[in-house]
Design a binder for this molecule. Structure first.
Ligand SMILES: [Zn+2]
Length: 76
């Protein structure tokens, strides 16, 4: 009663929460998908506009792209 449900299904450890707060992203797991040469680290990233999303680092600098931000950009 009166409890707010958390939308995220991902359970975060204290350390991951701290990482999210400090750097805006935290490591989740290793994953291999089609077209990938090797396993890539999957991160939970915080978007200022859309909240949390899962992502792997892009490019050599390892930046993250929010899929919703990207969608809005390609639409407009
Ligand atoms: Zn976004």
């Amino acid at each position: 009663m009166g409890e707010t449900r958390k939308p995220s299904a991902v359970k975060l450890s204290v350390w991951q929460r701290i990482q999210l707060l400090v750097s805006g992203c935290c490591f989740l797991r290793w994953e291999k998908r089609e077209g990938w040469k090797d396993y890539l680290p999957i991160y939970l990233v915080k978007c200022r506009r859309h909240g949390l999303f899962e992502c792997h680092p892009h490019g050599y600098s390892g930046y993250f792209v929010c899929p919703k931000c990207l969608e809005e950009e390609t639409k407009g």
